[in-house]
Each structure stands twice: as structure tokens, then as C-alpha cells.
Design a protein around this ligand. Structure first.
Ligand code: TYM
Length: 332
């Protein structure tokens, strides 16, 4: 079976529907046909300041949401990045074949470092995409299901894999990003020109998977639209309405043209009400399941520990080959 690898940062109490439709839905759909590694990227999370107690708690909360969203720990390897030492080790080797200018071109670093203010960005934030490349390459992943914002990081991964292979001999599988066009980027409901994000300043336009149903409904009813009135999909001139239609379509399975015709001549209120119903119907059972799982943290830890064994096995084998190829003296 082809290998698939992806991950999320456990940097908030809850995932949001951008994470759900942009990534988790594909993960779930592909776990039957692929060998799958799904990671909690805690090494990545600490590239911006985290409260240690919250990080630990958010890591459990995030894995509970993976499982609640349909990722099956019996089918997929659900593991914590810091449980597999090879991630930090491979990142070091990849650092040495990455150009400074090449790393400087990463747009997510530019955005995130700007938010940290002058001097506030860490070196870890700068090398973040290189650590991510290592995550993917350790498992020989052919495909990486992610949202649009991760495309450039997967491109860098491809470049580094190709470079390493040509310098040291065939070692890495060169992976492809798997990005579904319709759900690649979900926007903030209050600010439909920016993507929905865990680190948004205001939470008013972010639909959290663990929000109570009444809160979800309120946020959708208050979503920003426009003064023009028509319910048509046109992201350039109607970003707010188009975003609502995207979410509606992916969560209901109904195509956008069919939603457009269903809502012809009706108001935004109608659209939002129907959308809120669909979203709550999808999220409410997941929320309940996640809360149930969180009531038994020992069981979550047990799942993560078994997965770490499996992940270490694969990752150590790749790292051993890498160390041999670059000329490190074997420890006898
Ligand atoms: P993270 O935690 O920011 O996001 C997790 C996943 O959710 C997708 N996503 C979105 N998709 C659609 N619309 C949005 N508004 C939206 N916001 C987030 C992201 O594209 C991602 O797929 N660097 C990664 C974590 C990572 C990783 C990896 C991913 C670490 N190592 C190896 C893949 C492979 C990140 O910060 O994702």
C-alpha cells in the first residue's frame, strides 16, 4: 500500500473546520487504501511560545479530535513527533543541505515571523519547514494530504529529497502534495480574505470543532457576506458567500451549482440557517466523541505509545540509511 503522512500542530485547544475539511476528511478517506502516519507536531508547535501545561493538554485534545473525526488508531499510526527522536535528527542533516536563501523564501515563515515582531521570531521558526520535510521523508511517504497553505513546504520537501538523492544516492521517496481544490483553503467567517487559522486574533470567525452547537450556530449566523444579495459562488467578488458555499458543499456532499440553484432568490439568512444545521449535525457527534475520549487520558496515552513503537521502527530504519549515506562512522 502507498504510504501517506501528514500532521497538525497541537497548538490550540481545538482544531477548526479548516483543519477538518482541508485535511482530516482526506486523511479519513485515504486510510483504507494507504498505510497512514498521522502526527501530532509538538516539535513544530514550540517554534512559537507555548505554555508547557497547555501544550501537553492540547496534544491529547488534538489526538482525541483525530479519532473523533474518524481516524482509526487500529488502521492508522497516530503518534507524537517528540516520541520519535529521528525527527530532530533527520532535520539536522537536512538543515545542512538547505540553502539559507531557499529557507528565507518560505512565505509561512515570513507571515509568522512578522506576527512575532522584530527579534521575536526564533531560529526554530525559520527551520520549521526543514523539520517538516524530515517528517515526511522518514516514512517514505508518496502522498501528503494537506491544505493549500502547506503546498510550499511539500515543494521544499521534494527539492530536498531530490537533492539528497542526487548527492548521496537514491534514499528518499519524492512525495507529492495531495490537495483537494474545493477545500484547500477555508476562510475566516469574519474576514473572508484571510484563511481560518488557529492563531487568529479574534475567534468570532473561527468555527472550532469543540465549540458548543449554539456557539457554532451563532458564528455562522453572524458570518460576513456582502450587500449584493445573490447566492452565487464567485470568490473574487463575493468571498464571504463563496466561503459559506464551499463549507456547505463539502459538509453536505451537495455540489456548489446545486446549492446555488436551491438558494436562488432566497436571502443570506436562509443560507446561513441551513448551513448551521449541516455544520452542527457534522460536528456535534464528533465533539461528544472527543470529550468522551478525553475523559480517559490513560487510554489515549496507550494508543500514542503503541503508535510511537511503530513510527520509531520505520523512522529509525530511514535515519540509519541517511547516516550511512552521509558518511557517519557506524557505532559498533
Ligand atoms: P496546521 O496545524 O497549521 O494545519 C493542519 C492542517 O490543516 C490544514 N489547514 C487548512 N485547510 C483548509 N483551510 C484552512 N483555513 C486551513 N488551516 C489549516 C493545513 O493545511 C494542514 O494540512 N506544518 C503543518 C503541520 C505539519 C505537517 C508535517 C503537515 C508538521 N509536519 C508533515 C504535513 C506533513 C501545520 O502547521 O499544519
Amino acid at each position: 500500500r502507498p504510504v501517506l503522512m501528514s500532521g497538525m500542530q497541537p497548538s490550540a485547544e481545538s482544531l477548526h473546520i479548516g483543519n477538518y475539511v482541508g485535511a482530516l476528511l482526506s486523511w479519513k478517506a485515504m486510510q483504507a487504501t494507504h498505510e497512514t502516519f498521522f502526527m501530532l507536531a509538538d516539535l513544530h508547535a514550540i517554534t512559537v511560545p507555548q505554555d508547557p501545561r497547555e501544550l501537553r493538554e492540547n496534544t491529547r485534545r488534538t489526538v482525541a479530535q483525530y479519532i473523533a473525526a474518524g481516524i482509526d488508531p487500529a488502521q492508522s499510526t497516530l503518534f507524537v513527533q517528540s516520541h520519535v527522536a529521528a525527527h530532530a535528527e533527520l532535520a539536522w542533516v537536512l538543515n545542512t543541505i538547505t540553502g539559507f536563501g531557499e529557507a528565507s523564501r518560505m512565505t509561512q515563515f515570513k507571515d509568522k515571523s512578522a506576527k512575532q515582531g522584530s527579534d521575536g521570531a526564533s531560529v526554530g521558526l525559520f527551520t520549521y519547514p526543514i523539520l517538516q520535510a524530515g517528517d515526511i521523508l522518514l516514512y517514505n511517504a508518496a502522498e501528503v494530504p494537506v491544505g493549500e497553505d502547506q503546498r510550499q513546504h511539500v515543494e521544499l520537501t521534494r527539492d530536498l529529497a531530490t537533492r539528497f538523492n542526487s548527492r548521496f544516492g537514491d534514499t528518499f521517496v519524492v512525495p507529492e502534495a495531495y490537495i483537494l481544490k474545493e477545500t484547500a483553503k477555508i476562510y475566516d467567517l469574519q474576514n473572508p480574505s484571510s484563511k481560518m487559522s488557529k492563531s487568529a486574533e479574534s475567534h468570532a470567525g473561527v468555527i472550532w470543532m469543540l465549540d458548543e452547537p449554539a456557539v457554532t450556530q451563532k458564528k455562522i449566523m453572524r458570518a460576513v457576506t456582502d450587500a449584493d444579495g445573490g447566492i452565487v459562488f464567485d470568490p473574487a467578488t463575493k468571498p464571504g458567500v463563496s466561503n459559506l458555499l464551499s463549507i456547505f458543499s463539502v459538509m453536505s456532499g451537495q455540489s456548489i451549482p446545486s446549492l446555488e440553484s436551491e438558494f436562488t432568490g432566497r436571502g443570506y439568512g436562509d443560507l446561513k440557517k441551513a448551513l448551521a444545521e449541516v455544520v452542527v449535525e457534522t460536528l456535534a457527534p464528533m465533539r461528544e466523541r472527543a470529550l468522551e475520549l478525553l475523559a480517559d487520558p490513560a487510554e489515549l496515552d496507550r494508543i500514542l505509545s503503541a503508535a510511537a513503537d511503530r513510527a520509531n521502527e520505520v523512522a529509525d530504519a530511514t535515519l540509519a540509511t541517511v547516516y550511512e549515506r552521509v558518511g557517519f562512522l557506524p557505532r559498533v
